[in-house]
Design a protein around this ligand. Structure first.
Ligand SMILES: Nc1ncnc2c1ncn2[C@@H]1O[C@H](COP(=O)(O)OP(=O)(O)OP(=O)(O)O)[C@@H](O)[C@H]1O
Ligand SMILES: [Mg+2]
Length: 569
C-alpha cells in the first residue's frame, strides 16, 4: 500500500507515531486494520519468504552435515581406541619374549662367568644351553662365541660346529663398545639353520673389563610372523619394526622387503612411545589409520593399521541412506512450501481483486446515490411540490366544499407534505447536498443534529472551521462523511454508549496536511470475534480510505471504542 511506503521510510520521523500505532504500542489493545498485500510489501514478503525457506533448509542440511561428521569422528575415535588396544596386546607379547631372552642371557652369563674358554667348550655348558633353550620355545639357537669370533658352544649339539661370526653386527658391536647392554642386531639368515632371524646378544667381560666373547640367542622371524598373522585380519597390516624404521615383520606381505614407512620417522619424533597416524600407504595407494607402540625398553616398535575405506564402509552406507531420506524430505518440504506460497499468492491476488471490486462498488454506489438523490430532488420532489400547489389551487377554486371533502383535501395535503419531508430525508441520506455546497463542517453538523434527534444520544462535535473554507478534495470529504455516518450508526446499534465525541482537524501545513478524524464512544467496546464475522461497515471504511492513501486505526476496550482516521487532505 502506498501509505506503508511512507512508513517504510526509515528516516521519516513524522511517520513514527503512526508506525508505532500500527504495531499497537500507543494504544494497548488497539489493532491496526490495514494490511500490506501488494507492491513493495509483497516483494518484501517474497524475499523474506525465500530467505526463511533457504534458512530453514540450510539449517536442516547443516544439522545433517554436522551429525554426519560427528558420527565419522566417533567412528574414527573408536577405531583408534581399538588400534591402540591391538598394538598394546602385540607389544605385551613381544616384550615378554624379549625380556625372557634377556633374562636367559643374563643367567647363562653369570653361570659361565668364572669359566675359561676351554671349560666353556665342555659338554656341561652345552647341557646348560640345551636346557635353557627348552624353556624358550620362540628361540632358535643359544650360542657362546669367543673373543676371536668363533662359535665355541651352542644349544643344538655337542661338540659344536665352529662358525666364524666376526662379520656379524653384534660381534662388532660388543667388541668395539665397552658396554654391557643387550644388543639386538639386524635380521639376518642364521648360520645354523639358514632361516631369517634376529639375534639378541650380550658381551662377556674379563676381570679387567676387556672383551671376552659373547653369548647370543637367535629368534626366528617366522615366530613373529605367525604371532602377527594370528593377530591381524586379512585386510589389516601388522608390522614389527626396528627403531630406525626398518620393517622386520610385515603382515600380510611376507617377502620381508617392506620399504621404510614414511610416517614412522615423523610420528616417532613427535611421540616416541605410542601414537596413531593416518597415512597413504604406497605402492597400494591405500589410506590407512595406523597405531604404533614401542616394545618396552627394546629398540623395536609394533604397528597395526586398518584400511580407512573398510573402516568407514558402514558409516558411508548410513550416510547414503540418511542422505537420500533427507534429500527426499527436503524436496518434499520445498515443494510443499512452494505450493503453499503459490496458494498464498493466489489468495493475495484474489483478496486484492476483491478489494478493488469493493472500492469500485463504493465509488459507483456513491455515484448512484448522488444521481438518485438528485433525481428525487429534481423530479419527484418537484412533482410533489407541484401536486401541493395544484391542491392549493383546487382548494381556492372550491371554497364551499362539504366537510368530508375538506378533510380529505387536508389529508392529501398532509400526505404530500410528509412524502416531501421523507423524500428530503431520503435524498439527504443518499447524498447530503450540504456536503457539496457548504462543505464538511455543515454537513457533519446536520448529520449530528439529525442523529441526536433520532437517537437521543449526546454527541460532541468538534470540527476545524477552516475546513469549510479551505476545503479538502471532494472524494476525501465524502469518505470522511461516510465514515462518520457509519461510525455513528455502529455506536447507535452496538456500543450501548451514552456519549460520543467526533473530532475532525487538519494537521500540518499544505501541501502535506493531513485530516485527522477521531470518533470516540464510551460504550462496551468491540468484541473482535463478532467483528470478524459480520458487517461491511468497518471494512467499508478501510475500502474508502485505501484509494485515498489513508489509514484506519481502531482502538477498543471495555471503556469504549475509538476510530482514528488519517488521510491526506
Ligand atoms: N462502536 C462500537 N461499539 C461496539 N461494537 C462495535 C462498534 N462498532 C462496531 N462494533 C462491532 O463490530 C462489528 C462490525 O461492525 P461493522 O460496522 O463492520 O458491521 P455491522 O455494523 O454489524 O453491520 P453493517 O455495518 O454491515 O450494517 C459489529 O457487528 C459490532 O459487533
Ligand atoms: Mg456497521
Amino acid at each position: 500500500m502506498k501509505i506503508l511506503r511512507r512508513y517504510n521510510d526509515f528516516w521519516n520521523f513524522a511517520a513514527f507515531p503512526a508506525l508505532l500505532r500500527r504495531i499497537g504500542l500507543l494504544f494497548p489493545g488497539g489493532k491496526a486494520v490495514r494490511a500490506d498485500m501488494t507492491g513493495k510489501g509483497s516483494a518484501w514478503t517474497s524475499v523474506l519468504y525465500g530467505f526463511f525457506l533457504a534458512l530453514s533448509l540450510a539449517a536442516i542440511v547443516s544439522v545433517f552435515v554436522v551429525g554426519v561428521l560427528e558420527s565419522r569422528d566417533r567412528m574414527v575415535t573408536q577405531s583408534k581406541i581399538q588400534l591402540r588396544q591391538k598394538t598394546a596386546l602385540l607389544e605385551a607379547y613381544v616384550s615378554k619374549i624379549l625380556e625372557a631372552n634377556d633374562m636367559v642371557l643374563k643367567d647363562i652369563a653369570s653361570e659361565i662367568d668364572p669359566m675359561s674358554w676351554p671349560e666353556i667348550a665342555s659338554e656341561g655348558v652345552w647341557k646348560l644351553l640345551a636346557t635353557q633353550k627348552q624353556y624358550l620355545k620362540h628361540s632358535g639357537v643359544i650360542a657362546l662365541v669367543n673373543p676371536e669370533g668363533s662359535l665355541v658352544s651352542y644349544s643344538e649339539g655337542f661338540p659344536a660346529n665352529s662358525f666364524g661370526v666376526t662379520d656379524r653386527d653384534y660381534f662388532r658391536f660388543h667388541r668395539d663398545h665397552p658396554s654391557d647392554v643387550t644388543f639386538i642386531g639386524e635380521p639376518i639368515n642364521g648360520r645354523v639353520y639358514g632361516k631369517p632371524s634376529l639375534t639378541m646378544s650380550k658381551a662377556l667381560r674379563r676381570q679387567d673389563g676387556g672383551f671376552d666373547g659373547l653369548i647370543l640367542i637367535t629368534m626366528p622371524i617366522d615366530y613373529f610372523l605367525d604371532l602377527f598373522n594370528g593377530a591381524a585380519s586379512p585386510t589389516d597390516v601388522a608390522q614389527f619394526l626396528r627403531e630406525d624404521g626398518k620393517v622386520v615383520v610385515n603382515v600380510p606381505y611376507r617377502d620381508g622387503r617392506a620399504p621404510l614407512p614414511e610416517w614412522f620417522a615423523t610420528a616417532v619424533a613427535e611421540n616416541p612411545k605410542t601414537g596413531v597416524v593416518s597415512y597413504r600407504s604406497m605402492p597400494e595407494g591405500v589410506d590407512r589409520l595406523i597405531a604404533y607402540r614401542k616394545v618396552g625398553e627394546f629398540p623395536f616398535y609394533v604397528a597395526y593399521g586398518i584400511d580407512e575405506r573398510i573402516l568407514l564402509t558402514g558409516w558411508r552406507q548410513s550416510v547414503r541412506v540418511y542422505g537420500t531420506v533427507l534429500a527426499i524430505a527436503l524436496a518434499a518440504c520445498t515443494a510443499a512450501a512452494f505450493l503453499a506460497r503459490r496458494r498464498s499468492i493466489a489468495l493475495t491476488h484474489s483478496n486484492e481483486s476483491l478489494r478493488e471490486v469493493s472500492e469500485r462498488l463504493l465509488v459507483s454506489q456513491d455515484e448512484q446515490r448522488r444521481s438518485i438523490a438528485r433525481d428525487l430532488h429534481d423530479s419527484t420532489a418537484q412533482h410533489l411540490v407541484g401536486a401541493a400547489m395544484e391542491l392549493e389551487n383546487v382548494k381556492s377554486r372550491m371554497p364551499l366544499v362539504d366537510k368530508e371533502t375538506s378533510l380529505s383535501l387536508k389529508r392529501t395535503a398532509d400526505l404530500i407534505s410528509r412524502s416531501n419531508e421523507e423524500l428530503r430525508t431520503l435524498s439527504y441520506l443518499l447524498h447530503p447536498p450540504m456536503l457539496d455546497e457548504s462543505g464538511l463542517p455543515n454537513a457533519l453538523e446536520l448529520l449530528v443534529v439529525g442523529f441526536e434527534e433520532r437517537s437521543g444520544f449526546d454527541i460532541e462535535l468538534r470540527v476545524d472551521p477552516d475546513l469549510g473554507t479551505k476545503r479538502p478534495r471532494a472524494d476525501v470529504e465524502l469518505a470522511i462523511f461516510r465514515i462518520v455516518q457509519e461510525a455513528l450508526t455502529n455506536i447507535y446499534r452496538h456500543s450501548h454508549a451514552r456519549k460520543a465525541t467526533i473530532r475532525l482537524v487538519r494537521q500540518g501545513h499544505e501541501p502535506n496536511s493531513v485530516l485527522s478524524l477521531t470518533v470516540r464512544d464510551d460504550g462496551v467496546g468491540i468484541e473482535w470475534r463478532r467483528r470478524r464475522r459480520v458487517g461491511v461497515g468497518l471494512s467499508g471504511m478501510e475500502a474508502r480510505l485505501r484509494p485515498l492513501d489513508g489509514t484506519l486505526h481502531i482502538s477498543t476496550g471495555k471503556t469504549g471504542t475509538t476510530i482514528s482516521v488519517k488521510v491526506r487532505s
